[in-house]
Design a protein around this ligand. Structure first.
Ligand code: FAD
Length: 400
């Protein structure tokens, strides 16, 4: 389109969030699932990239403000800052739990898990205090995939690495507040995921919510407690707080209310898409916060702006459901497609691998991931078992 595009992102890279759990479980390197934004738009002459954090703005004046004090004027504003972790106010979660929303989260969790094994090797008595007990809260795709990944990491690579440690004492506990895992799938697929996790040694606790977290314990709503040094919070997200900074009307989970054109009501020049927006499907239900919604919303909004520029009346946004899938690990996945097709086991797993490979941005990343996966498949090895320590910085002063 004959427009000038300014893309403002707080980071200089795009993150492929669906594979973050593989970074956290040492299956992939962090760089394999991220891609520099400038490389994506390098050939697009009418696109300018600014690395900066949007902190608010004045919609009436058509201006956004950045954290460094700069401001940008616009004709059309597309808000797509995604979502953040939602602790639902559970005591201790913000302080003690690990999240899995960003590359930093994934690398921090990987270092922590590996450090727990190092500590237990040095002092096996710590195992009784929960050093090797890993609790994951939330039985959605993120929690299920993370538990499967942890089980594979511990079962072979760490068992080999820590041959003097009784690795069999390591526990993975998945805590889900409702009566089944993967609620967006059919009960049959939920049960199949639960059983596949069970076979990998993951203890699944259903109807069990987390009530509070401390440095060495996870308290459940039934009053029991698990001795653990690790709680991963995969139990919920909420829309990015930027919506509130702009004073936009929000609904459940802080998601911005949008009209049929993904625009803020009364402000056709302000668009909200992806995890931030509460867009509606044809039956009036709110569309889930998943990648196909974000991608389709982005493409639709670009098209809509073009249609309006040419004086045409665009048709409303219609989400095309592509189905849902989750992998538990080697030869195991559950997938349900909108045409009613259900895939499981090795076929579901192959479909999951292929789809995630296709969706990754950048040929180099795809090649790296393919090689890593092939290597892990053939050798049961995991390449990235590196603990990144905070004191590994040199003395140079980092520009902020
Ligand atoms: C662990 C995990 C696993 C997932 N697995 C799946 C899956 O298997 N399938 C699936 O369909 N979906 C999955 N999702 C959901 C999917 O990743 C999201 O729905 C999708 O990324 C949303 O896209 P988005 O563009 O709205 O936000 P994001 O992808 O989160 O992008 C937001 C961007 O905004 C930037 N930003 C944030 N705040 C600011 C600011 N103030 N100023 C400037 N820039 C800012 C961020 O740096 C980021 O680049 C997963 C999510 C997670 C966390």
């Amino acid at each position: 389109l004959p427009v000038d595009v300014i893309l403002v992102d707080a980071r200089n890279y795009h993150t492929f969030q669906p594979l973050l759990y593989q970074v956290a479980t040492a299956g992939l390197d962090g760089e394999d699932v991220c891609y520099p934004v400038r490389a994506i738009f390098g050939r697009q002459r009418n696109a300018r990239i600014i690395m900066g954090e949007v902190v608010g703005g004045d919609l009436a004046a058509r201006r956004i403000d950045l954290a460094d004090g700069a401001s940008l004027d616009y004709d059309e504003l597309v808000l797509a800052p995604g979502a953040v972790t939602n602790s639902f106010g559970t005591p201790g979660v913000d302080r003690y739990a690990f999240g899995l929303k960003s590359l930093g989260d994934a690398l921090r969790l990987r270092s922590h898990v590996l450090t727990c094994f190092e500590r237990a090797e040095a002092n096996p008595e710590l195992i009784d205090g929960g050093m090797l007990t890993f609790v994951v809260a939330g039985g959605g795709p993120t929690g299920v995939e993370l538990c499967g990944g942890l089980a594979e990491l511990i079962d072979r690579p760490l068992r080999r690495d820590f041959s003097h440690l009784d690795v069999g004492k390591a526990k993975i506990i998945l805590v889900e507040a409702t009566d089944r895992l993967l609620r967006m799938l059919s009960p049959r697929s939920s049960e199949s995921a639960r059983s596949a996790l069970g076979k990998r040694g993951v203890e699944v606790k259903l109807n069990a919510g987390v009530a509070e977290v401390g440095i060495d314990r996870v308290g459940l709503v039934d009053g029991t407690a698990i001795r653990s040094r690790t709680l991963v919070w995969a139990a919920g997200i909420k829309a990015h707080p930027l919506a509130a900074s702009f004073g936009l009307e929000t609904g459940r989970g802080g998601r911005v209310i949008v009209d049929d054109y993904l625009c803020v009501p009364g402000r056709p020049e302000v668009h909200a898409i992806g995890d931030l927006a509460a867009s509606l499907s044809i039956d009036g239900s709110v569309i889930p916060q998943v990648a196909p919604v974000a991608i389709q919303g982005g493409k639709y909004t670009a098209w809509l702006i073009g249609e309006r520029m040419q004086g045409r009346k665009p048709s409303p946004f219609r989400y095309r459901d592509k189905g849902t899938m989750a992998t538990i690990g080697r030869h195991s996945a559950v997938a349900e497609l909108p045409i009613g097709l259900k895939l499981g086991g090795a076929i579901g797993w192959a479909a999951w691998l292929l789809l995630h490979l296709i969706m990754l941005i950048g040929f180099r990343n795809r090649a790296n991931v393919l090689v890593n996966w092939a290597w892990s498949y053939l050798t049961f090895d995991r390449a990235s078992r590196i603990i990144i320590q905070r004191d590994e910085t040199m003395t140079g002063t980092v520009v902020h």
